[in-house]
Design a protein around this ligand. Sequence first.
Ligand code: PDD
Length: 280
Amino acid sequence: MLENKTVYLNGDYIALADAKISVLDRGFLFGDGIYEVIPAYKGRLFHLDAHLQRLQDSLTAIRLANPHTFDEWRAIFTPLLDASKDQYIYLQITRGVAPKRDHAFPEHIGPTVFAMCSDIAPFPGKVIGIKAVTIDDKRWQLCNAKAITLLANILHRQDALDQGAAEAILHRGEVVTEGAASNVFIVLNGVLITPPKGPDILPGITRDVILMLAQNNGLACKEDTITLAQLNAAEEIWVTSSTREIVPVIELNQTLVGTGQPGPVWQRMDALFQAYKATL
Ligand code: PDD
């Protein structure tokens, strides 16, 4: 049963049930597109400029022109929002509908643009912590682009769920990259560490906000490589994303992280994050 809500598709606001695209859309045939997830707290879009800059970077990475200006994007999202709720905008742009299936970029077609708004579901793990498992990162070398081509991510997440965990923490060899749908932080010897930006991770907006809050509030932090040995030795592990914010990992590969409770640095950062959200 579909939710009864209005969505945006290629210039029109229509009922979700009426939102249809062609089977020749390159998003459907090839996963040829990118997306964004932008939180909106009580109708206010959170760090919209940063999300739209990352959208631009993703479009540039797949050689697709941005169909709208920043102001036009804001105008497109606004009618979808409900000022009484915490929600997120899901935006997807594909290369569009070509007359036939061909790997090469088609000429003279416009992109398919779809946006909808959903409520941010309460996530108990955010307060009590979650279990995570480490999984070999089998994705490609363009993880910095927010591509809709998410098959590897969903297989990794499902592997974690099948093992009774809520998130997969991915690694390439000895080096930790990120979660299946999140960035990773650890606290090691009192210092907050997250892997540096690069082709192996999505440059998370939540990640940037946490680094900014750490710097502004005198918390020791750095962007640096995290090895599996450091992950295993960490006092605290967090996974972060726009829809779940900052989630403490209390068990890794069936071993307690620290005391097996959300740690004091997480408590501090979560309080800073909630206070910061309220100021915007
Ligand atoms: N995913 N890394 C990956 C692979 C992600 O999919 C996400 C978020 C993040 C965190 O980025 P941000 O803080 O900007 O949300 C990192 C979104 C929420 C999703 O795919 O639904």
